[in-house]
Design a protein around this ligand. Sequence first.
Ligand code: BGC
Length: 450
Amino acid sequence: MAFSPIPTAKSFGSDFLWGVVTAAAQNEGAVYTDGRTPSVWDTFAKRTGKIKGSAKPTHACDFYHRYKEDLLMVKALGFKVFRFSLSWSRILPDGTGRINKEGIRFYNEVIDECLKLDLIPFVTLYHWDLPQSLEKEGGWTSYKILNWFTRFTTVCAEAFGDRVKNWIILNEPMAFTSLGYMLGKHAPGKMGMKNFLPAVHHAVLAQADGGRIIRSLVKGANIGTSFSCSEINPYTDKTEDVKAAHRMDILMNRLFIEPSLGKGYPRDDFKFLEQLEITNKAWKYTERMRFDFDFIGLQNYFPLTIKHNSIVPVIQASEIKAATRKVPHTAMGWEVNGESFYRIIRRFWKYGSVKQIIVTENGAAYKDELKSSRVHDVQRIEYFKEHLVALYKAKHKGINIGGYFAWTLMDNFEWAEGYKARFGLVHVDHETQLRTIKDSGYWFRDFLNT
Ligand code: BGC
């Protein structure tokens, strides 16, 4: 992108929320401690071949035992918000029914520690770690998930709602339904449309039901839900590539937000949408799918370039990788493109009925090297700078952006990529649990303090 001067943190306004994010399954570890039962990720990780390096989330960053020192780091880096998620199977070991007091105690301690340090706790209710006991009964493919999710949300609201006012209902429903229930690449490893179609619909309903529950139980709550989003560009201007990009755009960017805005599912010319509508009798649910969120969480990492590919089922489209196109990319192969970040934010704002946008995740993985207790992660710093320039532009074009949260505090269990993909501002040696603040962490500290 054309380079502009890096804005200062202050120029975003004094009430702008600067935060850093973690997620339970990726950070806590202690998966068999104090009454917690396995989540789908613990079970999935036991299957060989599904996760790089046969990695498991069993110990992760041991945040469960080290949260005090980790929160001190959040504070030292200058962030105001700490976003984290709640492990469902730590709170409700059977998925529903009985409450595990130890689970509640743990999150009470984390919340209280945040407040003591003057950090704002932003809680994600669901960041992909469904209790395995519920998966056995169908997980997100079952309509029963709505009762289970109601129970979980209610317990959390009642336990933490006196101190937690900021709630994110679901983290990236498109990611966990497509990777986990269509492509089998993430837990629980299910595949095919017969799983994907109901999983999408139940996630759409859960995100709205969850919002209503928090609204009714938590006084003064600020409620959002987080969507993954990516600008989609056709590889060529041939009609078939343009149409393929359009189909991808519906899946990646529109499927979950439009029903929440009361528009129902998108109804464009794409057979999949018809199947989604019919399988779920979706026309009956337009009202229930809607919820008046206080903010929409946007999570953006990269844009995608798409071409027609008749071999790929349903979507008939595939990605032309950034490396093939010789454009800048991260260690994940994801294109780095700050302008596309600006454009995708603008695009969501154009719906007109989104009250506020918070960027609830943005960040990059690089092949970091720890040498003499330092990690000189120059590329990650450049990534953040480029995206903050774009964010500033969006804010100053009049888009109501309330905050920006960096993904992620420290190198953690990166799902199917295991521990090899490092996204943290803090380097973690997963053998010794030694934390080392990377140059990008120090860069953020200086950025936030000037
Ligand atoms: C997810 C995180 C994940 C990150 C990087 C987001 O899609 O919410 O859990 O680690 O991307 O892949």
